[in-house]
Structures are given as C-alpha cells and as structure tokens.
Design a protein. Structure first.
Length: 367
C-alpha cells in the first residue's frame, strides 16, 4: 500500500494536491475540455499564514471547491469562447421553478448586458476589475433618468395587488423597446419595481392592458418596430406573459392601442405611426380577445381632431352607458405643452363607431 503524501506540516494531501520545495501548494485537475490545469496558493487552508512578502489569493482548498462547483454547473473555466452575456443566458436557462418577479429581474439583467460592452467580453478575458467597474456603473446609473410611457394598471383579486405595466426606455436612446412591471397594495401608493424585459423576446413599445370579467388579463403592445400589434395573455398573477395569442395587422405600423367592450363586442382603437404628428384614427372589433379581429376602419377626421388614443373610459348611467375617448394632443416642439382631449364616442345601430368633435366636455353624462 502506497504511503499518503503529506505537506511540510505533516498534513495529508488530497488527490491532485502537492507542495513545492518553496512551500507553495499546487492543485492539478482536468477541466471540462479535458485539459490539465494547475492552481497555486501559499495556504492550504484558511488558518494557514502567508509568507511575508507573498501575495494571498485564498486557501487552496477553497479554490478547489469553487472549481468543482463551476464544473458541476458546467461553467468552462477558460471561457471556451463564451461571452459574459452568453454565459449568463446559459445560467438563467437552467434555472427552474423561480418566481415571476425573479424571472423579470433576469430579463432586466439580460437587457442591460445586451446594451453594454461588458456583456460582449469573452469570459477568459474578464478581469475582476472589469466586473467591479461594471457593477459600479450600474449602481451609478440606477439613479439616472429612464423613460416610462403609457402606464396601465389592473387589480388582481387573487393576489390583492395592483399591477402596473408600462413601456420602458433606458433614457439614453429609444432602443430598449421593453415593458416594465411594478406592484402596489393601493392604486395610488408607492409601487415596487420588478424589472423590465422584452415579452417573449419581442420589442414592445406603445401598450395597454385589458381585463376580462373572469379576471383573465391581456397585455397589448406594438412590436417589431411598431410594424405589428401583439396580444399576450398574462399569467394568473399578471406578473409575466403566459402566451402570445395574436399578431394583428402585420406591417400596418399601428400604435397607441386602447381597448374597451361594448355589449358583446370588443373595440380596439389605434393610430398610425407618424411621430408627433396626428393622423387618421382607426379601429377594429372582435368577439373575444383571442378571436379574429376585423379589418381596420376609420373614425374621427383626418387627424382624429389632432389626437391620439390613450384610453376609453366606460361611464354607466342608468340603463345607458357612455364611452369617453381619452386622448393625447401632442406638442412635438414643447412636450410639456401637450394636452389631454376628452370626447364621447357614438355608435350607430350596426355598432359602427363615430367620433365627432365637441368643443366642451359635458360632465352631465357621467352617472
């Protein structure tokens, strides 16, 4: 039987461990690519002291544990061509059973790495100082401006929370095309931010929410650089996407969706993409959110009376229900000078929608 190897303190060395004549320890192992690798340290365990004038890089056996953990997680120590982004995406893809809020947080990390040079670095080229500098940059940018547009809120009776979805841009440019989520116990309280992401990987800009009487909720947003309108069914807690149920009017470049129900019909209003300039509003109808939507029909005048849809508020009054068209009147030269415009929607016997301009808002319609 061969005698066990020991160090100069008479401690038994494990497989792969050895001690050089100068007292430095070495650990030899075979990595995931079948290559022999060596790690060194002046300390075998934490309680050892480092010789004077020598650099401490941790106890050898702690380093061994990290290497083994990385190999168990299928992380390739030399990078194997992985970028930081690719490695993070691989790690996240192997995470199962996480909460929706955590999944949304993962999406935020992925989006940030996609937009940063650090995410494109090869793993084997990343220094500790690179990672520290990136974290410091993130902390500094946490307090910088972001753009949040077209917020919509639904109450989830199962969780008892108000859930906000909003169009998110990073404040530097308009390339993020993401949605963000926040929740609160009260509709007008302080909301807890849960991160931003691209729904199912798609771009998402102008958006709205719709809730069925049974509590089923949908997120509707402009996708593919506004070329298409997507309808997503939300998960039961409204914290993430369940499934993409529809791609509407592909290549039509619609934005500013607003949805409401009248009788057995659903109506979706939208606008063409013309920047700050108003254009002819159009609408479509369907029997249900996941059903077939009609072709687009015009409402209002050629500029929809200088407005763009924002929301339609249902106003019950006895046996009569009115529908209030809430819209934006943008001022492209002075954004802060933009205004809201309130107009009533009308319908003919066939359910065809009409919008006429009313110079004054008559609150007597409100019950």
């Amino acid at each position: 039987m061969s005698e066990k190897r020991r160090d100069n303190k008479n401690r038994i060395l494990r497989t792969g461990e050895s001690q050089r004549a100068d007292g430095k320890y070495m650990y030899r192992y075979v990595d995931a690519n079948g290559k022999t690798q060596c790690l060194y340290s002046w300390r075998l365990v934490k309680t050892d002291t480092v010789p004077e004038g020598k650099r401490d890089n941790g106890a050898l056996r702690d380093i061994e544990k990290r290497v083994q953990r990385d190999m168990d997680d299928d992380i390739v120590p030399d990078g194997d061509g992985y970028t930081v982004l690719a490695l993070v995406e691989k790690y996240i893809s192997q995470k199962t059973g996480v909460k929706n809020t955590t999944r949304a947080g993962y999406g935020t990390v992925i989006n940030v790495l996609k937009s940063e040079p650090f995410g494109k670095k090869r793993i084997d080229k990343v220094k500790l100082s690179d990672a520290k500098a990136w974290l410091i940059k993130l902390q500094q940018e946490d307090h910088k401006k972001v753009n949040l547009e077209r917020p919509k809120v639904l109450y989830n009776s199962k969780t008892g929370k108000f859930v906000l979805w909003v169009h998110y841009e990073n404040g530097k440019n308009y390339s993020e095309a993401a949605c963000a989520i926040a929740t609160c116990e009260e509709p007008d309280g302080d909301y807890t931010y849960h991160g931003h992401f691209n729904p199912l990987g798609y771009m998402s800009r102008d958006c709205t929410l719709y809730q069925e009487p049974d509590g089923t909720a949908y997120f509707i947003s402009a996708a593919r650089n506004n070329a298409d309108m997507h309808i997503y069914r939300l998960q039961d807690d409204y914290m993430n996407i369940d499934v993409l149920t529809g791609r509407l009017w592909q290549g039509e470049y619609r934005e500013a969706p607003a949805i409401f129900q009248r009788g057995e019909k659903l109506y979706m209003l939208s606008s063409f993409c013309t920047g700050w300039d108003p254009n002819q509003g159009k609408y479509a109808t369907a029997d249900n959110m996941e059903g077939r939507w009609s072709s687009l029909e015009e409402f209002g005048d050629a500029t929809t009376y200088d407005t763009q849809p924002a929301y339609v508020l249902t106003l019950p009054k006895g046996e009569q229900t009115r529908y209030l068209y809430i819209s934006d009147r943008w001022d492209g030269k002075d954004y802060n000078n933009s205004r809201y415009v309130f107009l009533y929607l009308e319908f003919d016997e066939d359910g065809k929608l009409k919008l006429d301009y009313q110079p004054e808002f008559h609150s007597s319609y409100v019950g």
